[in-house]
Design a protein around this ligand. Sequence first.
Ligand SMILES: Cc1cc2nc3c(=O)[nH]c(=O)nc-3n(C[C@H](O)[C@H](O)[C@H](O)COP(=O)(O)O)c2cc1C
Length: 186
Amino acid sequence: MSLVEYSGVFYRPLHPRPTILLITLCPGGRVNAMPASWNMPISEEPPTIGISVYKEAYTYQCLKHHPEATVNVPSQEHADLVYALGSVSGRSVDKVAKYGLRLIPSDTIKTPTWADALAVYETVVDKEVEVGEVGLFVLRVLKVKVKEGLVDKWGINLGKANILLHGSGRVFYLVDSRRMLAKPWF
Ligand SMILES: Cc1cc2nc3c(=O)[nH]c(=O)nc-3n(C[C@H](O)[C@H](O)[C@H](O)COP(=O)(O)O)c2cc1C
């Protein structure tokens, strides 16, 4: 196969991507949730996550209103829910009520945690970098929690749960397997 110029949507070859559920506190005290697959760990010291949020999303307004968020990791069982939460805006729908999201208090911030997440990061907004149509939010991690026994030193134990990778539109991928390389490089 030779490399040929690709004229489709530029980011397609960078997908599928792990998807998280970003929960925020909005004006009037409402809680909102939106899936985001444009997310990444940025630094270890301090622990920091970057998430790209479309400026038109209600979540953008909520992050400006209350600069904290929980970054919740959904499992494969949540694919339909995640897709639904990304198909409507909290500006017009109370998604927590409509989809019956089970929320519990976070330990370090006012923004709640999704009780059904595989893992959650409690974060505060460190800074926003404006890029084109999005705000890239740099979130400092205050606390990390995972479902007991789910994560080992290599990552999520696939025998217990799978994460959701977003392809495009209604297409999600699952992680197939864990393979240990025969020997280290150095
Ligand atoms: C799987 C999935 C991943 C998404 N990833 C992002 C993302 O990384 N950034 C973003 O701004 N929107 C993303 N979206 C779109 C938002 O979730 C969508 O616009 C949502 O309705 C915004 O909700 P809000 O207006 O309540 O904030 C994604 C949607 C889906 C279904």
